[in-house]
Design a protein around this ligand. Structure first.
Ligand code: PAF
Length: 285
């Protein structure tokens, strides 16, 4: 396994793989790998010949008051895990390689509309512009046949699926289910910020989503406001500051009044200063 830190070498390596008739799988990450990332890598391993894991904390997707500077980083540990999981290349470029101009000064970028009106997009202005811009850059550098994204970041996944369709990118986007702790807590690099007590408490996030599912399936409730109120109250009573608890249409990511068809139930909460997100996808008859 090789760690590559510059764009030119990365391009050469994938060009060689393609020349040998091999398919390329890309797992875009911001590093600090955990079991959730390893599930993406394992999926890539089984579906493509050469696996590239990008390991880059992308400044463009962090707001001015967000945790870019302190975001956890550990390239040695990431490289070890990648090696154990059969990855060929870890692409860990410097910020200067990815953004020869300052990342806040770029003149040309990819942007999103409508799909980022709700959920995280509503509270993180410019976040998805940063995500789709860096993902496009990674796609242009690695030119993967398939790229693997976790369902935990469901809005990101849906936006990237739409980007690939709208911009005619010849890449299969492969969604990979969220990996959870036995308590139900979704794995996230940000879980490392939690104290032991907060970590235990955080299991209530997934419970709130299951509660919404039960209200729909078992109690037959269709009113979104009723479901959102019950689940937000539950989370607030457990000590979370709820940034949002929303139910949106899976395809359009727009809010709905009545649950119908394929929906996303999603929440973002603060436990102290730590922001955690989770979601559940379901089909309502
Ligand atoms: O999901 C992430 O870790 C990031 O948003 C991504 C897709 C690697 C882009 O920086």
């Amino acid at each position: 396994m090789e760690i590559i830190t510059d764009v030119k070498t990365m391009r050469q390596k994938v060009a060689e793989a393609r020349h040998d008739g091999k398919t390329v799988g890309l797992v875009p990450t911001m590093g600090y790998l955990h079991e959730g990332h390893l599930a993406l890598i394992d999926a890539a391993r089984t579906q493509t010949d050469v696996v590239v894991v990008s390991d880059f904390v992308n400044p463009m997707q962090f707001g001015p008051t967000e945790d870019y500077q302190v975001y956890p980083r550990d390239l040695d540990h990431d490289a070890k895990l990648c090696e154990e999981h059969g990855v060929e290349y870890v692409f860990a470029p410097t910020v200067e390689q990815m953004y020869p101009k300052d990342s806040r000064q770029v003149d040309v970028f990819v942007d999103v509309r409508n799909l980022d009106n709700n959920l995280c997009g509503r509270f993180r202005p410019g976040h998805f512009r940063g995500v789709v811009t860096v993902v496009s850059k990674l796609f242009n550098i690695v030119r993967p046949d398939k790229a693997f994204f976790g369902m935990k970041d469901i809005q990101q996944l849906r936006i990237i699926e739409e980007m690939v369709r709208d911009l005619n990118m010849d890449i299969d986007i492969v969604p990979v289910p969220t990996v959870r702790e036995p308590s139900g807590l979704a794995l996230s690099s940000r879980n490392t910020y939690l104290t032991k007590e907060e970590h235990e408490k955080a299991a209530a996030i997934y419970k709130s989503l299951q509660m919404a599912k039960q209200l729909i399936e078992e109690k037959g409730i269709r009113s979104v406001s009723e479901i959102v109120k019950a689940c937000s109250t539950y989370l607030a009573e457990k000590g979370f500051k709820v940034q949002y608890f929303q139910i949106v249409d899976y395809d359009t990511l727009q809010l709905m009044q009545e649950t119908k068809g394929k929906i996303i139930i999603a929440t973002a909460v603060f436990l102290g200063k730590v922001r955690l997100i989770d979601n559940l996808v379901m089909e309502v008859q």
